[in-house]
Write a protein that binds this ligand. Structure first.
Ligand code: PEP
Length: 253
């Protein structure tokens, strides 16, 4: 499968003008890419103006959705709203949202709502810390099971899973995961998905790594750690750095 590189802009940038500029710069960087798919998950209010640019090379995604279809849910956005704004995918269960109270049940509902709206859910899983022997394995297995159990196989094959160890995410992270740690978790996740949905379905589900990815370590995760792509936070706010990561996915260099 083609490598999938997704940028998560989080709550950036602050104006539509800056969002359009950053997006156009990313599109320019991705222009010659043929062996990787590229997407950017932008704040909801930028989806329409970015979609209006009608760029084919870089897909759009949102960073969250609500599971209800419509109604009295102040501040929320439904799957249909997001899809109708031009997004093809949506991040679900990011650790920054889990930390603010999102439960496994909420996340399972959001995965279903995304699929019902024909959006690809990028389901984020990952342990807070590496504590005792193998605890991270049972923790991530439980997160995956809670979010995906009972999903029809046809739906499961439209899901993307992102392994994002919380200790490796963001400015305060001391380091990214190593390629060995990434490989272990790619195997654990694939095995759990096979257990939930059969092996062929598990093999069709892209597994991304996220957590302090930059131009230097992208290659390790993409080509030595069994990952099908990357979810990139901070480094996606520089078109040049993000472009470097995308080119690595494209060429393997
Ligand atoms: C993220 O929060 O999804 C992420 C991967 O962030 P960063 O790349 O900045 O560690």
């Amino acid at each position: 499968m083609k490598k999938l590189i997704v940028g998560n802009w989080k709550m950036n940038p602050q104006t539509t003008r800056d969002a359009v500029k950053l997006f156009k710069d990313v599109v320019r960087e991705a222009r010659t890419i043929t062996k990787a798919s590229v997407a950017v998950c932008a704040p909801d209010m930028y989806l329409n103006p970015l979609a209006a640019l009608k760029e084919k090379k870089v897909s759009l995604g949102a960073q969250d959705l609500f599971w209800e279809k419509e109604g009295a849910f102040t501040g929320e956005a439904s799957g249909a709203m997001i899809a109708n704004s031009g997004a093809k995918m949506v991040i679900v269960g990011h650790s920054e949202r889990r930390a603010r109270g999102e439960s496994d049940e909420d996340i399972a509902r959001k995965v279903k709502a995304a699929l019902a709206a024909k959006l690809i859910p990028i389901l984020c899983v990952g342990e807070r810390e590496r504590a005792g022997e193998g605890e991270h394995i049972s923790f991530v297995t439980a997160q995956l099971t809670a979010a995906l159990k009972g999903l029809p196989r046809v739906d499961a094959s439209h899901v993307v899973v992102a392994y994002e160890p919380i200790w490796a995410i963001g400015k305060q992270a001391k380091r990214s995961a190593t390629k060995e740690e990434g490989l272990e978790m790619a195997i654990v996740i694939r095995r759990t998905l096979a257990h939930l949905f059969t092996r062929p379905v598990a093999e069709s589900i892209p597994i991304l790594y996220g957590g302090s990815v930059d131009e230097k370590n992208a290659k390790d995760f993409l080509f030595d750690a069994g990952m099908d792509g990357l979810l990139v936070g901070r480094a996606s706010l520089s078109a040049k750095t993000f472009g470097g990561i995308v080119r690595t996915a494209n060429t393997g260099i």
